[in-house]
Design a protein. Structure first.
Length: 393
């Protein structure tokens, strides 16, 4: 067990009609003007933005608006948001949406609170010192960005997708009403469940320290997501299942399931960032497409964890050897992905990358990781390329 620091300052307001408290929550922050940041038309069409505007108006809170966030949020809109917020003297950002909107809001917050080009923080040539305060009204259970210190942005030129982690970006509050996720398309729900599982697995498959209580929390969280993903496949309007998934999403990425280890593996995320950057795929689908190949490449170097995962999470029967048990767990997870219509290869993702594409992704992944990534097994560029090649079959 490693020593650790666990920091989760975000206030959670969870339940039906929770978004109606948004104005009062922002008033507690004693801000002068809010940037209302959101994505496409669904928040408008559903009436959510009107309810939030009414809540702000009721508290006398001034605001300006910036929509247009897309999956794999773009740096160009971040720059636009920084300029708008500076011009309007914004001192608080309210993100209404899922992980892409929240990540974009965090990037805007970095750009407003620090000097210089915000992209430097994502290229890791500089480290932010602070972030403008952020609040969240969550509409998609997936990224966990509503409680995390993470933000991932895609640079328009070249499709370079990079992340920045800093505790100053953890939201002040997150309003979480599971009803807001009831209208999500099945594919988006499945992508979200995959991302939640992956955030937990990235911390679980490690060769760097473990705690029994942390492992047990992680295993229960993964079992809960899998069980409720099946419920939502059959009954998308099930409020209780939506609530379980939404809360699991926050707990999966606020650091709880990594307490006592080395911080986790996160190689699958690094591999997916290059897929998302090059092909602009849904993040959860990209993770599912490459995870099985990663797992088969590294499991023998992290065998006790994969064996435990197979039995305790996937409830696979023990095989004649730890290796056989571990492979049964990997196969069971891939079967789950297929059951919820997630891909387990590039072909199932609808992609046919060339050898040059694979080499470029492997190189960019290595560069983005500083030459190496992983804890279950440390990966370098040649390993990354091998995993991409495996994912083609």
């Amino acid at each position: 067990m490693y020593s650790f620091s666990y920091f989760t300052p975000t206030q959670i307001i969870f339940g039906k009609d929770a978004e109606r408290q948004t104005g009062a929550l922002i008033k507690e922050q004693q801000c002068r003007k809010v940037l209302l940041h959101y994505g496409g038309g669904s928040a408008e069409r559903s009436g959510l933005l009107n309810r939030i505007r009414d809540s702000l108006d009721a508290e006398g809170i001034a605001y300006v608006q910036l929509g247009g966030v897309v999956p794999n949020p773009r740096l160009s809109l971040v720059y636009e948001g920084i300029e708008l917020a500076k011009r309007e003297k914004v001192d608080f950002i309210l993100a209404v949406g899922g992980g892409s909107v929240i990540d974009s809001a965090k990037a805007i917050g970095y750009g407003l609170a620090n000097e210089g080009d915000v992209w430097d923080y994502y290229e890791h040539t500089r480290t932010p010192e602070r972030c403008l305060p952020i609040g969240v009204v969550l509409t998609i259970a997936a990224a966990g960005s509503e409680m995390s210190n993470s933000s991932v942005i895609t640079k328009d030129e070249g499709g370079v997708k990079r992340g920045c982690n800093h505790n100053s970006s953890r939201p002040k509050f997150a309003v979480m009403n599971p009803e807001l996720t009831l209208t999500l398309p099945d594919y988006q729900t499945a992508c979200g469940c995959t991302d939640i599982l992956m955030h937990t697995m990235e911390r679980y498959f490690t060769n760097g320290g473990n705690m029994e209580v942390t492992d047990s929390i992680a295993e229960a969280l993964m079992r809960t997501v899998i069980r409720n993903a099946y419920i939502l496949r059959a009954d998308p309007q099930n409020y209780e299942a939506r609530a379980e998934i939404m809360w699991a999403g926050s707990l999966s990425h606020n650091g709880l399931t990594g307490c006592g280890n080395d911080g986790g593996d996160f190689a699958t995320h690094a591999l997916e960032h290059e897929i998302g950057g090059m092909f602009d795929v849904a993040h959860g689908a990209g993770l599912a497409a490459v995870w099985g190949s990663w797992a088969r490449y590294v499991y023998q170097d992290c065998l006790p964890r994969f064996e435990r995962f197979a039995v305790n999470v996937m409830q696979a029967e023990k095989g004649s050897s730890p290796e056989e048990t571990a492979l049964r767990g990997i196969e069971a997870m891939e079967a789950f992905y297929r059951d919820i219509h997630m891909p387990t290869s590039f072909a199932e993702l609808g992609l046919a990358p060339t050898e040059d594409d694979l080499k470029k992704m492997a190189h960019m992944c290595s560069v983005g990781a500083g030459g190496r990534k992983g804890s279950a097994r440390v990966l370098r560029e040649a390993d990354m390329l091998a995993i991409y090649r495996m994912a083609c079959h």
